[in-house]
Each structure stands twice: as C-alpha cells, then as structure tokens.
Design a protein around this ligand. Sequence first.
Ligand SMILES: [Zn+2]
Length: 571
Amino acid sequence: MRLSKLFFTTLRDDPSEAEMPSHRLLLRAGYVRQLGAGLYSLLPLGFRVTRRVEQVIREEMDRIGCQEMEMPVIHPADLWRESGRYDQIGPEMARFKDRSGRDMVIAMTHEEVVADLLRDIVRSYRQLPVMVYHFQTKFRDEPRSRGGLIRVREFVMKDSYSCDRDEAGLDRSYQLHHEAYGRIFERLGLRAIAVASDVGMMGGSQAHEFMVLNPAGEDVLALCESCGFSANRQVAAVRPPTIPEAEQRPMEEVETPGTTTIAELAAYLGIEPAETAKAAFFVAGDGRLVTAIVRGDREVNETKLANVVRAEGGLRPALAEEIAAAGMEPGYGSPIGAHDTMVVVDEIAAGTPNLVAGANRVGWHMRNVNVGRDFRPDLIADIDNAQEGDPCPSCGLPVVLRNGVEVGNIFKLGTKYTAALGATYLGEDGQAHPIVMGSYGIGLGRNVACIVEAHHDDKGIVWPAQVAPYAAHLVAIGSNRDPQVANIAERLHAAALAAGPEHEILYDDRDESPGVKLTDAELLGMPRILTVSPRSIAAGGVEVTIRATGARSTISIEEVEASLTGVPTED
Ligand SMILES: [Zn+2]
C-alpha cells in the first residue's frame, strides 16, 4: 500500500480531548476519527487492525466448534417483550417505530433472537449441543462515552451463544469459551485475567469478565497475589473482620451538632468510624425506598445491594423528600422509627454491637444502637464494598484493588430466555425441556484500544505482529535524487504485493523529508521499519529496525525480499 494513496492523515500534536494513550495515538496516527459522542469511523488502517483482531477471534471460535452466522441489528420490540427485557432495560436501548407504526429496537445483544431461532429449529435432543456466533454492530446509548474506543455507543462485537441439553452441557460450553478466550487474548498480546463478575442485565447464574489491568479502567478488581483469587469489586465477597464482643448497652440520645458525615461525627464524639452506622438511601425501579446500613468505616456496594433486593434495572440515589417521607432525616438518618422502607443491613454492621446511628432529628444521634433490638432489618446480607487490605475470601491474606478494562465476558444464562420464549427440545425421556444457554461477548474496538494501551511507547504505537495492519513499513529516503533507492523500494513493494494480501507492506513513497517519514513510521507502529537510502545501499542493503526494541541491522536486499514474501532465505 502506497502511503501517498492511503486515506489518512497524521496529527503533529496530541488531540486535546484524548486522555488515554490509545485514544491519543489512534487519532494522531490516523487510525480512527470521531463522528459524535461514542461514535467512531475506522479509517483504512484502523479497519485493517480490527479485521485482524476479528480473524483471531474467528479462528478460536471455529476451533471450539462454534458456527458463524449473522443476525439482524434491528429487532421487533415484541421479541424483547417476550423475554421481559423491553421494560427492564432503560434508555440505553434505542427504540423507534417503523413506517407501519410497529415498535422496533436497535439490538444491544442477541439472546432473544437465538432463543427464537432455537424454538423454530430445534426439536430433538439429537440437535444439541450447538454453538453459534456472529460479528455484529451493537448500539448502547451509554450516558458517559469516553476514552476513545474503550467506551463507545456503537461498536462491533463478537457474540456467541451455547445451546445445551442441561447444566452439565452448559458447564462444558462455558469451559470451552473460557479456554478459547484465554487463547484469543494471548494471541492479541493482552494479559487478560478472568474475574468472577456480576450477571447484570443478562441474568443467569455465573459470569466471568476478562480484564486487562489499566489505571484508567472503570472497573475495580479485588485481587489476591497470594492465592490468585480475583473478582470484580461489584461481587467480591468480603470476609467480615473479627468483631469485638460486648454487652448491649441501653440506647441513648446524644446531641451532635453539625455532624452530617461519618468523619465529622466520629471526630465530634472522639470515636472510630467503625463504631458508627452509615445509612445510604436508594430507590429501586419499582419505586421501593431501600435503606442500606453499613458500618461507618465501610461503603455500600450498589451492585450487591441491587442483587439482594432484586432491583432489576438497578438503583438510583433517593431524593431528600423521599427519605423524609419515610420518617428519616438525611444526614442524621437511620431505620430507627422509620416506615415504608426496606431495610438492608450489612453482615459486618449487623454483628457490631453498640453503634452510633442517626436519631432522625437534625443535630442528634443515638448511642448504643443494636441491630435487631432497636430496629428490625428486612435483610442482613453482604452489601459491603471490598477495600484494599481486606482479607481474601479464599486464603485470608490481604487483597489489593486494581483498575481494569473489560475486554470480554462469559455468562451462564441457563433457561432464562428459552423458558420465556418456549424454546424446548424433546429429551430421550420423551419430555419437553427448555434449552440451556450461555452467552459470550468480545468487543472488537475496545480490544484494539487495549492492545495499543499495552503496546506503545513515547514515539507511537508498537503493534504485535499478529494484529499489525501491515507486516512492515518501507521508507525510501533520497529517492528523488538517487534512482537506485527508488528502484529497490519499488522492487520490495512489488514483491510483497505479489506474495498475497497477507504479505502486503506499507510503502512511504511520499515526497516528504526523511524526518517526517521516520517519525510517521514510528507513530504508525508496524513491527519492522525498512529504510532504503544511499547510505543503507552503501552499507550493503536495507536498514531494518525492529519497532519494539529499536534494534537496527543492515540486511541484503535479497534477504529482505525473501522475508517479505515468506520464502525462506537460502543457506
Ligand atoms: Zn487469597
């Protein structure tokens, strides 16, 4: 490919809107352009990398027996009503009416379509198991799109679906995907770790996310460096620390003016935050007010809380008037004397005696509050956010918290969709059984961005050979003065082109200064930079620079040509 013909342009300066290195470099090097919030065009270079990532994923999906197909982007809303998700999913799903006035959705994912196909096609246990996948455009109207290709609204995703007779079959399909994902991320040059995760809007019984550590990542992971335990903080189980035993003392009111935070309260009374109860107030999608109590030194984990109160569609913070309507005072609130609220108390707080909690009166708290004696919780559960240094649930040693970006996920769905849609098969017992499903996703653009995050330096991108848009970047220097330079460069370019599409190289034939050409070659990031100049010819051939290490050597023209075309060199 001649650079003089390539549809792209590089930027000399860092784009001001880009915070993450991948965003900055993909813009600067002319791989992508932004059309709107969370909407990106892939320029030819960006498209080529994405196609190579897609091919790695395709090969590993095919290898585990997953069959490629394609399902539509636009779905009739009725299908999503059958599963119940039409109403459960909020404004992140785009909806419209077609010309006949029928409700339609722009698909975020394809569980419903697969379940619909299963009820059409599968009759007998002999047709199972089966696994299918596709690469398809998705649209999710995310409120915060940021970080370039890391968090977008429109993106292409590989999503695959396993369809089994029973849970044991699902376990096998899940394991096959787990292993395939490990191979995919390794081939893409990503150090991804599988962490236990929340099932979220997918539903189902078990899920893992494949995470790449990145300080700018939106997810927080709890990791144990001793035993290898890893979980998304959203679900990380915290083992309660030892709780001091004490006699329950009588509850009494104490004046605490101007203490609306735990820090102010503890300082005013001269006690530890761990001796207080912290209240947080949320409203579920169905309008229920949920009062969550954790110990003052801990934080409420909203995902755990939403799961234990079965708040499909999540929770939002309660308004002051909603809290007051339940008989509680924001800043001095507690469940003591409250009404019309569901009270969930964390296990650690529930087991700690004689806490200081709000008196539901401005400027006052209660001392010696004991859960169960002074108010009755509706639920006692782990709703606590894991903290750095908490004991690992597996081995008890301290965990560390790290930020990560999710590059893939796998879900055990079970029969949630097939039962709702009536996708059954006749078993060997002659009875109808719902088909057991799993679903598995990998976003292409996000993986491209994560590869750049992991493979770049201060000069530009450093593509791993497996996904580089071109195998080499050929730079001709002084070709307008020295016809020999032009001849050699043209010969190498033609040889690579003739060897087939997978051997194609990028050839900088532009009328630019050597400085511009070499700077661009480093910015664009092909694994090898081949420089032909009067000096390299005098030294015996072509100067070959390995982009990753900067190592340079002069190699004969014949040898370089052979390496470009895949023909082994003689001797
Ligand atoms: Zn551990």
